[in-house]
Design a binder for this molecule. Structure first.
Ligand SMILES: [Zn+2]
Ligand SMILES: [Zn+2]
Length: 316
């Protein structure tokens, strides 16, 4: 009897450690930078761990990212098969080219699927890109003939939607990207686990808005309960960048200012070890090295800072 009891206790301890370490999401970055190199622009494939049904958060670069992921053994299929079968839909944060050029260029080879975005972003896809003047209209709305390969799904702010053919659910939040420019954060849920991806964003103080404050208020309870597994957020420029030249982007200092707002809502303890993935570095001059150094130096909250690399898988 005693032996069974010891076994039961051992098993319970083992099971709870495994549970604590259990990962919920797989992320394959297809592109991580915020400019210049067109083969490595913002795009993140995301799936519930153990499944191969991904959504794509932004689509600046697709082709090169998928090819590199295949080369490093993350997919056994062909490039065409990953594009057509593994990406079940696109969530586009805002219509700047570095967030959707890959989607447009690869559209002739893609399969039928959904493009999800807030209405301001769908309008630009419909009226400026898939127009026959810029590119063939692979959308299901806009200039005739509409080929209908992609169907637009207009999101509603703060309203969760199921991502078709995946077991992921997504809630969009509006961001400010050089007022009156707009962008989107996507809160992705699988079961009871969450991951937050922000498209380009300025800081509230600089943008003279409260968009990030509203976002932090919404996710603070998830941070507190350890249900939020990671935050993907941009840092485009080093601290030296003049404020009038930020164009709706963050620096290491502004990132930490915003993380402190979140910490004020969620509590310092909950922030310790929270994975924060730094996206959208503009790779000009020494920016990359400076941003790395400045983010690590400014991290007085004990955040787990991660610099993603193209085609290097992350698990949360
Ligand atoms: Zn961008
Ligand atoms: Zn942008």
């Amino acid at each position: 009897m005693k032996r069974y009891l010891i076994f039961a206790i051992f098993f319970f301890v083992y099971a709870s450690t495994v549970y604590a370490q259990q990962k919920s999401f797989t992320v394959i970055p297809l592109g991580v930078k915020g400019g210049r190199d067109e083969s490595n622009l913002s795009s993140y494939m995301l799936a519930a761990k153990g499944t191969s049904n991904f959504i794509c958060l932004d689509a600046g670069t697709l082709h090169t990212g998928i090819q590199k992921a295949i080369d490093s053994g993350l997919f056994a299929q062909s490039l065409s098969s990953v594009l057509r079968n593994n990406i079940k839909g696109y969530f586009i944060s805002h219509p700047h080219l570095d967030h959707l050029a890959g989607l447009i260029i690869n559209s002739p080879d893609d399969s039928a699927k959904a493009i999800y975005a807030l209405p301001f972003c769908i309008d630009v896809l419909k009226n400026n890109y898939f127009t026959w003047k810029s590119w063939a209209n692979f959308g299901n709305e806009g200039d005739k003939p509409a080929l209908g390969k992609y169907h637009y799904i207009a999101l509603t702010e703060t309203k969760e939607i199921a991502a078709e053919n995946t077991n992921l659910f997504v809630t969009p939040f509006l961001l400010s990207h050089s007022t009156p420019g707009q962008s989107t954060a996507f809160l992705v849920r699988h079961d009871d686990a969450y991951l937050l991806y922000l498209g380009d964003t300025g800081a509230d103080e600089v943008e003279k808005t409260n968009k990030l404050k509203i976002l932090w208020q919404s996710i603070a309870p998830l941070v507190k309960e350890k249900k939020l597994k990671a935050i993907f957020i941009e840092v485009s420029f080093p601290n030296q960048q003049a404020e009038k030249l930020l164009f709706g982007h963050l620096t290491p200092k502004l990132l930490m200012q915003e993380m402190h707002v979140l910490s004020g809502l969620a509590g310092n303890e909950a922030m310790k070890g929270l994975p924060v993935v730094i996206t959208h570095i503009k790779p000009n001059g020494d920016n990359e090295a400076m941003i790395r150094e400045q983010v690590i130096f400014a991290n007085d909250l004990g955040l787990k800072i991660i610099f993603p690399q193209q085609a290097k898988m992350l698990e949360f």
